[in-house]
Design a protein around this ligand. Sequence first.
Ligand code: NAD
Ligand code: DAU
Length: 349
Amino acid sequence: MSQKNILITGGAGFIGSHVVRLFVNKYPEYKIINLDKLTYAGNLENIRDIESKPNYKFVKGDIQDKDFLVSLFESEKISHVIHLAAESHVDRSISGPMDFIMTNIVGTANLLEAARSSWKEGDHIFYHVSTDEVYGSLGDEGFFTEKTGYDPRSPYSASKASSDHLVRAYYHTYKLPVKLSNCSNNYGSHHFPEKLIPLMINNIKNNKPLPVYGKGENVRDRPWVEDHARAIDTIFHNGKIGESYNVGGWNEWTNIALVKFLCQIMDRKLNRQPGESEKLITYVTDRAGHDLRYAIDATKIKNELGWEPSIKFEEGLEKTVDWYLQNEKWVNDITSGEYQKYYAAHYNS
Ligand code: NAD
Ligand code: DAU
């Protein structure tokens, strides 16, 4: 069997760091090349524990730079790609869509071109990691399946939908061996505190207002990030070329119910009176074009590949809260500088 030199993009981010850790530790025979631009969301502390492993290499670089990607494919003899690098925050895509278009669409096109020009024959996979937001918004009932039509509604989801279309186009047109997955809202350690769960944990801890958009009635499905990383491993190795797989937690929560649940956990952990943290909840102006509900039907990946969530949400959330309470320095470092400016502009405007 030929050597696998796997380029993982975005491996210093939230999900990417879990994927890199899993692959580096589980597959010492593979060489893992982690390519990341280290934007505000990328943090080498997320993968400090594996950085000295012999099968791991970090490369700082930008997927917007096609020439750089073409030479990287040649110099590292890249045979496989797991593509996670992206601008990922919906609110930032509303205030500034161009970074999303340049990284998520043009960056993905550059990677596809680098693979197309470098891969002539042999064992290759281009695995594109995408989101359930490409499907748009559900009403009170129903689920997104792999057959649901695309209906993206934010600049972020439209940029991810465009990248999914490009990946499929390279499969149909150039026979590039692609795989895709679309996952719902991950939670777990190393999640940047601009996203709902880590933001709320951090604000509860610091006695700051808990900004709930609109009435808090929007619904998100919540898979554990380590289960998502395991799904990516499963699809990478056993998924069919040219196919997509939906990944989810079978775990729907309204935002307000989730925030209240987090308040209860934090009251217990911080020895506060029951109900004390909930007093911090503040209803704020809704997100523009806020999708009401996302819910994933993950039957295909279960039936065809045997993947299903491994952990109950209550247990995963408890672990997540503990991780944030035990990693104060990580939180403090990441929430200084650029984050404070973003936070003030976003929540105080
Ligand atoms: P993240 O924002 O935490 O990490 C993104 C990483 O990409 C960062 O390390 C960043 O530095 C890097 N990056 C950004 N622009 C880059 C560029 N131009 N060149 C190279 N690197 C660049 O995001 P995440 O939440 O870990 O999401 C990872 C991927 O998974 C994204 O493609 C996202 O669309 C997808 N996804 C996320 C979720 C979720 O719940 N977070 C769910 C489904 C799919
Ligand atoms: O569904 C998958 C997607 O999940 C990923 O593709 C995205 O990259 C990821 O960021 C996430 O998108 P969301 O927009 O759903 O996540 P976010 O944490 O920003 O918001 C979750 C819900 O909480 C959403 O309904 C908006 C609401 N919210 C969010 C923030 C930051 C609030 O009520 N208050 C807040 O301060």
